[in-house]
Design a protein around this ligand. Structure first.
Ligand SMILES: [Ca+2]
Ligand SMILES: [Ca+2]
Length: 184
């Protein structure tokens, strides 16, 4: 009776002029859609520290890969998310010189200097205070990613206005609002 040689997919595609197969693919894509709370969970296990992963960091990461703006990622996009987190893990391990599982002020300075930032010691204190979510005087993995993402975003916006790249800008009130709207 059956003429599909054991392959349901080929028959489905042929019988419905390819549309059925297309529908199946769409269903499959939807089935593997990964929501932000699942990624939060995956990130939690990726650290191995048994502390909840910063949900703000997860939101930041998803927004980079979520092309359709659905608050989650499809399977292909998730591959990008996974690689992104793994890359950050390698960076984190490289700069966590004493293997403490945290980035202290000097380690943060070495990391950010390595990325090309030129910041004062005073400002590294500010960064630690801002991103030290666990109140340990140093920065955990998820907060380190968040710190780098935020710094990058703020810097990108600033640099657009700093046309001569001297580290100084003069902006009007509305330009300032536009700058902030690019970030918030
Ligand atoms: Ca450390
Ligand atoms: Ca300037």
């Amino acid at each position: 009776k059956s003429d599909n040689n054991g392959s349901p997919y080929a028959t489905l595609g042929e019988k419905s002029g390819g549309k059925g197969l297309y529908k199946c693919q769409k269903c499959a894509e939807r089935a593997v859609y990964i929501k932000s709370n699942v990624i939060l969970y995956i990130c939690f296990f990726s650290t191995g520290t048994w502390t909840p992963f910063n949900p703000v960091t997860v939101r930041s990461i998803i927004s980079m890969f979520d092309r359709e703006n659905k608050g989650g990622v499809n399977f292909n996009e998730f591959a990008g998310v996974w690689k992104y987190i793994t890359d950050w893990q390698n960076i984190f391990r490289t700069y966590d010189r004493d293997n403490s599982g945290f980035i202290d002020k000097n380690e943060l300075k070495q990391a950010l200097t390595g990325f090309g930032y030129r910041l004062s010691d005073q400002f590294y204190m500010t960064l630690i205070e801002k991103f030290d979510r666990q109140r340990k005087g140093q920065v955990a993995f998820d907060d380190f990613i968040q710190c780098c993402i935020v710094l990058q975003r703020l810097t990108d916006v600033f640099r657009r206005y700093d046309t001569d790249q001297d580290g100084w800008i003069q902006v009007s009130y509305e330009q300032y609002l536009s700058m902030v709207f690019n970030i918030v």
